[in-house]
Design a protein around this ligand. Structure first.
Ligand SMILES: Cc1ncc(COP(=O)(O)O)c(C=O)c1O
Length: 468
């Protein structure tokens, strides 16, 4: 043990990188903790997903913040931000409670088997080899994406994203002083497909960075190996770095399959960095822990040289992540079965009761991308949004955002609809425009709640539409 602590200290002092900070290869292999690492202990979770978890009054963004921004309005179901309304896996709560018993919060050794458990989770579930020595801590997935953009690009560069895509990619790209190059996807027979010609045109126009979202938030695509190879080949040919955000990889509906980008073959693995975390899979977002890795050591070194914060993460997050990857197989399987049931329920409910909203069970994530174009049309949402914006400009009607910035309250079509759903159906869902080109007419609904809440939300929509 003394030897381990000395090693830790040497790594901290010399700062040789992530392995040290995550308790990586050098520490793990020299440690007595290392024996038998990375083996899963499947445990019954005992979590009743149907019971759900009431998050009102617990500082949840999904319910409490939305209520703060909508004073006087009734919110029955928050379905915006991407987290879940389930009780945490009991083994995680137990481990955190145990740590709380130690009434000291000085610098401490992280769980030494976390790197092994991270590697083992990915191997066990996806038969993919995460290079243990090349894992970097990251406070969140977006923090890793940001430091990569800054290490590999410069201000003014273009970053390709495939829209509709995760809204905060835009914020992160702007934070890096860069611009998004939107490779708008094509909706073919209800499934989004990549527009390869347009993708290649962006590359020919100079883009050298590409954020892949696999599975895709918000459209729910689990990209196939062939689909990813087709863009990957263009990236390899022109020297475009692939940032593979695979944070949603553990949410797979039914028989669909998640294919890790780095598993496509050596040349794809060598030209990519992958970002993951336990934060979505086990609903640990408040703990702020994530990780990134690449088979290409030079890429990892470049990210580090670029100033990536490779500090220890929050100890509670590391403990929680470790337990999750060690014991979480059953939990994830049960959760996926429940979420798949939810998705099927919404599909059937919409088909039978809400003909103005179209939805087919998606492949991955727990997000439903609702096609509300007919409803928008019926409500004349586009014109209503224009009228409201003009009125607000003429009458100096303002709104203050989360960061305290006040400005004239303007409306995109989807903003008008978000308000319509809140006022009439008492639910909070996100406008498609948040996700870039191709988003108008769609709304993103988070299905990670219990079926009672889901039914309440859908019943509310039916009642709201009845009043039109
Ligand atoms: C695709 C995707 N990437 C990243 C994030 C954010 O991850 P983090 O909170 O770890 O930065 C989200 C959250 O919704 C997401 O959907």
């Amino acid at each position: 043990m003394t030897k381990d602590i000395k090693l830790n200290r040497r790594f901290f002092m010399k700062g040789t990188g992530a392995a040290a900070l995550l308790g990586g290869a050098a520490i793990g292999s020299s440690s007595s903790f290392a024996a038998g690492l990375g083996q899963s202990t499947p445990m019954s979770t005992g979590v009743n997903f149907d019971e759900g978890y009431n998050r009102v009054g617990k500082n949840s963004i999904k319910f409490d913040l939305i209520k703060m921004f909508n004073p006087g309005k009734q919110l029955d179901v928050g379905m915006g931000i991407a987290d879940m309304d389930f009780r945490t896996m009991p083994q995680i709560t137990a481990a955190l409670k145990k740590r709380l018993e130690t009434e000291n919060w000085g610098y401490e050794i992280p769980p030494l088997d976390l790197p092994d458990n991270t590697v083992a989770w990915n191997k066990r579930r996806y038969n993919t080899d995460v290079p243990k020595g090349n894992i970097l801590n990251s406070v969140g997935v977006l923090d890793g994406v940001l430091s990569t953009l800054m290490a590999f690009g410069k201000e003014g560069d273009k970053v390709i994203v495939q829209t509709p895509t995760y809204s905060s990619f835009f914020t992160t790209i702007h934070q890096a002083g860069m611009h998004e190059a939107e490779n708008e996807m094509k909706l073919v027979n209800g499934r989004y497909e990549i527009d390869l010609d347009d993708f290649e045109q962006h590359v020919k126009d100079g883009a050298r960075l590409f954020i892949l979202c696999n599975p895709q938030n918000p459209t729910g695509n689990c990209w196939t190996a062939d689909e990813m190879r087709s863009v990957g080949d263009i990236c390899n040919k022109y020297g475009v770095l692939v940032l593979a955000d695979e944070i949603h990889c553990d949410f797979i509906m039914g028989e669909n399959k998640y294919v890790p980008y780095a598993s496509l073959g050596e040349e794809y693995a060598q030209n990519s960095i992958t970002y993951k975390s336990t934060s979505k899979s086990f609903n640990l977002a408040a703990h702020r822990t994530g990780y990134m890795f690449s088979d290409n050591r030079e890429y990892i070194d470049k990210v580090l040289k670029g100033g990536h914060q490779r500090l220890l993460l929050n100890i509670m997050g590391m403990i929680a992540s470790n337990v999750a990857y060690k014991h979480g197989d059953t939990y994830i399987d049960e959760q996926n079965a429940y979420l798949t049931k939810n998705a099927k329920f919404v599909e059937q409910y919409c088909a039978e009761n809400i003909p103005l909203i179209k939805y087919k069970v998606h492949e991955g994530t727990y997000l439903a991308w609702l096609d509300c174009r007919e409803l928008f049309e019926k409500l004349d949402a586009e014109n209503k949004a224009i009228e409201l914006t003009e009125y607000n400009k003429a009458n100096n009607v303002t709104a203050t955002d989360f960061f305290g910035v006040t400005s004239i309250k303007t409306y995109r079509t989807g903003d008008y609809m978000k308000e319509w759903f809140m006022d009439n159906a008492k639910i909070d869902i996100n406008p498609g425009e948040n996700y870039g080109k191709g988003g108008v007419g769609f709304m993103r609904m988070n299905l990670a709640t219990n079926q009672k809440m889901l039914k309440l939300a859908l019943d509310n929509i039916v009642k709201a539409i009845d009043t039109i």
